[in-house]
Design a protein around this ligand. Structure first.
Ligand code: SF4
Length: 433
């Protein structure tokens, strides 16, 4: 029975952007729940509204600005509502305060504690924790924030600062805690996860983290992202191959298939080096799910240079390609260069990559037809169970039993470029310990 006379405070959390933001939002939601807050379905019903933002592309920034404008009226009508903004939108705080005086707090990316401190003050009269939220089966765990690279188009490193790695003990403790609450899979996150530990005293590396996390009992699967082609070591690839819980799934952004463009992006590898790395990964981890990111229409990208990217994607046949049209981000070196590929041409290139990838992913996934795959079931989505293979393929199936948080053997009966359908054939024993 709740002995507190006041009703619990509520929060509304809006998140866009990368997995790091999702992880920060999860930590914030956990912290708010512990303070006695409950999730509200809409901003209008919340005592605390948090926007966890992204500015990696112009379109994302426009969404944040739109959201902030629409909340202005709400804040005027309900001045007691707290409005917090965190994430990569938060750069020059004094300028933001001038522009958005109705925002109560601007918190730097990942600075969940600043918002929790504000929420704690507001919740002082509600000290009874609310029921905890359902723990996701697959959870994100940041292992480092920030980045020491200097990619010329990237605003993330400007907003998140230099790399700061968390000690291994702290990461393992968080994983244990998540597993204790029902998580079965963790994805270790870093802006450049392969550079983990270069800022720590004993210089541990990501392989050390994988070994430590692998020992957590009750955890079945481990992933990590995002990798950087210049920082992925042979030891890391060997570790993925050696540790059974670590999934055969690598996210390795190439960004361009042209050496001149890569040089102007300051990516620190050549196309030949990238190709060689992919060959080594595929030799060590047969059948691995390989994903990449591509930017089209970067400053000065000629048609021939774009064709080099297109041909590389045709040759390497990724399982997934995240493609974006370049948009200059204020404060980055590339923002000072002419943004000379017209918008319509950028869109044509983006669409060409999308079409190519749709065909390739469709062909790759068609090879699974009739095969039986292991799926970790995450949730029920529109009446179908939804989960992922070790190689990060999305699989749906229908069954009356409760499969949430279980490993299912699923025979694939239909495949498309983005997902597959199947029928369940049985359960898989979880890995031990
Ligand atoms: S590796 Fe490059 S693109 Fe990725 S976060 Fe660092 S600076 Fe940005």
């Amino acid at each position: 029975m709740n002995q507190c006379s006041a009703s619990p405070k509520t929060y509304y959390l809006w998140t866009i952007g990368c997995q790091m933001n999702e992880a920060d939002s999860r930590r914030l939601a956990d912290g708010l729940t512990a303070l006695g807050y409950r999730a509200a379905p809409r901003a209008e019903q919340a005592d605390l509204v948090v926007l966890n933002t992204c500015v990696v592309r112009r379109s994302a920034e426009d969404k944040v600005v739109g959201r902030l404008s629409s909340l202005k009226g709400l804040k005027r009508r309900r001045p007691e509502m707290l409005l917090a903004v965190m994430g990569c939108f938060v750069g020059d705080v004094s300028r933001l305060r001038q522009k958005y005086p109705y925002v109560d707090i601007f918190a730097a990316p990942s600075d969940v504690d600043a918002i929790l401190a504000l929420a704690r003050r507001r919740a002082a009269s509600n000290e009874h924790p609310a029921p905890s939220t359902q723990q996701p089966v697959a959870a994100y765990v940041p292992v480092s924030t920030g980045c020491d690279h200097r990619c010329t188009y990237c605003i993330v490193r400007l907003r998140r600062g230099p790399q700061r790695s968390r000690p291994i003990d702290e990461i393992v403790a968080e994983v244990r805690e998540l597993v204790g609450r029902g998580a079965r899979e963790v994805t270790l996150l870093g802006q450049n996860v392969d550079a983990y530990g270069t800022d720590l005293p004993d210089r541990p590396d990501l392989a050390d983290v994988l070994y430590a996390v692998h020992r957590v009992e009750g955890l079945w699967r481990i992933r990590f992202l995002t990798s950087h082609p210049a920082d992925m070591t042979g030891r890391l690839i060997e570790t993925v191959a050696a540790l059974p819980k670590v999934c055969e799934h690598i996210e390795l952004p190439v960004q361009s298939g042209d050496d001149d463009v890569l040089r102007r992006m300051a990516r620190r590898y050549t196309v030949a080096e990238y190709r060689d790395l992919v060959a080594r990964i595929r030799a060590a981890l047969p059948g691995t799910g390989l994903a990449t990111d591509v930017i089209v229409g970067f400053c000065g990208e000629s048609e021939a240079q774009f064709q080099n990217t297109y041909r590389l994607l045709e040759e390497l046949r990724f399982d997934m390609v995240h493609v974006a049209a370049y948009s200059p981000r204020p404060g980055t070196p590339a923002a000072r260069w002419p943004d000379d590929v017209p918008p319509a041409e950028k869109e044509r290139r983006r669409q060409a990559v999308d079409d190519l990838q749709k065909r390739i992913a469709g062909e790759i996934n068609a090879r699974f037809l009739g095969q039986t795959v292991e799926v970790l079931v995450e949730d029920l989505h529109r009446g179908k169970w939804r989960g992922r293979t070790r190689t990060n393929k999305l699989v749906f199936f229908t069954d009356d039993a409760d499969w949430r948080g279980k490993l299912a053997l699923v025979e694939i009966t239909w495949s498309g470029p983005w997902s597959m359908l199947g029928r369940v054939r049985g359960a898989v024993d979880p890995p031990s310990p």
